[in-house]
Write a protein that binds this ligand. Structure first.
Ligand SMILES: Cc1ncc(COP(=O)(O)O)c(C=O)c1O
Length: 394
């Protein structure tokens, strides 16, 4: 039996390093000039960020808070890719002045360019709006055909943004950025997006030094596309317009790096019978596993010290919160679980850890698994931790 204080996330050291190494070696195969820039929003645990930094990765941030966090971890400003709509004016200007890769995504950012010193020149990129309804409708998630992000080449928005940016004599527009997380993280959509980027760059005669292709890739999983397959598709699409020996290719993996490196573990804290089935309550919650409450199945393992002999028709495994809908998954015709049994959920923690709310029970422990040893790398938040941050003098 694993001896951990549950509920807890587990970061698997070797798997994390392996994902980082594999993504880098695959990039090197396809793109002579490349950078991987880890998406902080996917999981911003400092342990993970330090591993990225020491592997030579950049930090991809989408808010001033994430930007400050990347700085606290020690990323140099010129190793930051600054995207998104929540940039602050001061971090936006600082990042451009100090050489970050900054991709403009809103009109107010274009206004802020006026405040850069006029006697020096600076470089920025622009995010292109990717409308999957046009480029690849089958890859759009429900209600996510069009995107809210970037400037649209399908109407005058992109044209206007480009001319507003380039009207600044001290600003060079040197990069384009795209990102879509598609329905099935398919491979061929990347070639289509890359071709589209080529058409846009040609149409607007942009003199591009980098193309940031975003994230949206699967992590290392059986039966899922490999990094080689994704990067081959991107390189095919880009090669028809760009010389890959000249242009820098940036990717922004999040899920691809951390998904398979994180697990979640919870304990059974109650077993009761309701109607003609059993309800198994655990000290985890769907808030830890599935904050959007969409999933009905998980890759999981049950770890029981002493498997009981009695097989029962239906067990509803639930979370420990007071929400009626905090039901996690069902077990049919299996051994009845008992107090203290553990349920380990595989590949849970990319996004879920950062999206978890402070509801009823505060942030759980996080352990690092290193060669079968478990080292506590974040102690669970106590009421005192919560109080010390949220308390006011009034
Ligand atoms: C701009 C941008 N880049 C990268 C990512 C990372 O995506 P994924 O975790 O699917 O690789 C996201 C996720 O939303 C994003 O918005």
């Amino acid at each position: 039996m694993i001896n951990l204080e549950t509920p807890a996330f587990i970061v698997k050291k070797e798997v994390l390093q392996n994902s980082i190494d594999l993504i880098q070696s695959s990039l090197d195969k396809y793109f002579p000039k490349n950078v991987f820039s880890y998406s902080l929003k996917t999981n911003s645990l400092p342990y993970i960020l330090k591993k990225i930094k020491s592997a030579g990765g950049y930090a991809e941030v989408v808010s001033s808070d994430e930007y400050e966090l990347a700085r606290l971890v020690g990323f140099d400003i010129n190793n930051i890719v600054y995207n998104g709509l929540l940039k602050s004016k001061s971090t936006f200007l600082e990042s451009i002045e100090k050489g970050a890769i900054v991709n403009i995504d809103s009109q107010r950012e274009i206004d802020w360019l006026d405040d850069l010193p006029k006697n020096k020149s600076f470089s920025v990129g622009i995010r292109i709006n990717i409308d999957l309804d046009i480029i690849s409708p089958k890859d759009a998630k429900v209600d996510e055909g069009y995107s809210r992000f970037g400037f649209s080449p399908e109407n005058k928005d992109f044209k206007n943004a480009v001319s507003r940016i380039t009207s600044h004599s001290n600003i060079n527009l040197i990069g384009v950025h795209v990102h879509r997380t598609t329905l099935s993280r398919s491979v061929d959509v990347y070639e289509k997006i890359a071709l589209y980027v080529g058409e846009v760059v040609k149409e607007y005669c942009l003199n591009i030094q980098y193309i940031d292709i975003g994230g949206g890739f699967y992590g290392i999983m059986d039966d899922k596309p490999t990094f080689d397959e994704y990067f081959d598709s991107i390189s095919k699409g880009l090669s028809s317009t760009f010389d890959l020996n000249e242009v820098l290719i940036i990717i922004e993996p999040g899920n691809a790096i951390v998904a398979s490196a994180l697990d979640f573990i919870s304990s059974v804290i109650d077993v009761k019978k309701i109607k003609d089935f059993h309800v198994i309550t655990t000290d985890g919650s769907r808030n830890d596993l599935d904050p959007f409450y969409k999933k009905s199945a998980y890759f999981h393992t049950i770890i029981a010290s002493n498997p009981s002999g009695s097989i029962v028709p239906l067990q509803v495994v639930a979370g420990g919160t007071c929400l009626e809908y905090d039901k996690i998954f069902e077990l049919e015709d299996t051994n009845l679980l008992k107090l203290g049994d553990l349920i380990k959920y595989k590949s849970v923690g990319a996004y879920t850890m950062t999206l978890s709310p402070l509801f009823i029970r505060y942030f759980p422990n996080i352990y690092l698994e290193d060669n079968g040893e478990y080292i506590l790398i974040r102690k669970k938040w106590s009421a005192a931790d919560f109080y010390s941050i949220y308390n006011t003098s009034e």
